[in-house]
Design a protein. Sequence first.
Length: 327
Amino acid sequence: MSPSIGIVGAGDIVRKMHLPVLQAMGLRIAWLHDAAELRARAVGDAYQVPVALGQDPDELPACDVVLLAVPVPARAAYLESFARRGMAVFCEKPFALSADEHRRYLGLFEPHRLGCGYMRRFYGSTRIVENLLRHGWLGALQAIRVGEGGRSRGSGSGSSFLDDPRFAAAGGVLMDLGTHTLDLALQFAGEGEFAVERSALTLDGNVDRHAEARVRLARGITLDYAVSWLAPQPNRILLEFASASAWMNIGPDAPVYLGDPARPREALEISAVPATEAGATTPNQAFALEWREFLGGLEARRESRVSARAALATTALAEDIRRAGHA
C-alpha cells in the first residue's frame, strides 16, 4: 500500500509542481494544510484534496510522510511535532538557514526519514556531467563558474513570501534561487572542506538581491559564483578541466558542450548518457525522481540521495557566503 502523504503549504511550488506530480505518480494525498485557510481551500478544491485545519502542528492528522513547503523560519514547530509523532518529512529547499539549525533538525529524525528536495540533482544535464567526472575523460576538474538569474524581481513586487520582511534571510536570491547551483557545485566537486575567499551582496533592506562569491572547494577546485534578481546572467554552469572546458545552460534538458563557450559553433555536444543513468528532461520529471528516491529510501530504511543530511554542506556554504557578504 502506498504511503499516505500530508502537505503543509499551498504556495506555488505545491500547486504547480508537487501536487500534480504526486497525483500523477498515483500516491495518496491524505490532506493539505496552509496557515492561509482560503488558499488551502482553493488549492484543495482544485486538486480534490481534503483540507486539514488547525493552528498547531499537533492538530494536523497523522500520515506516513509530510511534504513541508513553508518558509524556513516557520518550520521548527512542524518538524518537532512530526518527529515526535513518527512521521517522515520531505522538505522543500532550502532546508535551513544555518548549519547549526540544519544539524539540530537532523537530530530529530533517522537519516532516511528526513529529506530535502534539491531536484536539479536529477536533471539529465547533471547526470551527463556526473558521467564525465566519474570516468575522468577530461582530466581533473579545476574550476566551476556559475552565473544564474536576471532582472526578474524587485523589492515589494508581488505577494510572495520572498517580499515578506519576516523572512528576509530566507527570501533573498542566494537562499531561494542560488542554493540550487551551490548544491550542484558541491556535488561536482565532491566531499571535502571549502572556504569562502570573497563575497559581495547587494542588499535591499535585509534581503539580498544579488550575490557574488569566490569559493575554494574540495581538492582546490575554484568556484566563481554569481546569482541575481537585478542583473542579467549567462544562466550557465562552466566547468574547466585540465584538458578541456565543458558547459551547460540552466535547465533539465540542456545538453553539455565541450569547447570554448565564446565559440559555441565549434563546440561538441553531449546530449545523452546510458539509458540506465538518464535523468529528467522536464522539471516535473525531476520532482518525480526526487520523490521516488526519497520514498524508496523510506521503504528500504536506507538514507537516500535526497536525505537532509546530504544537503548539510549546501546550507553551510550558503551561510558562509551570506556571512562573508555582510562582513
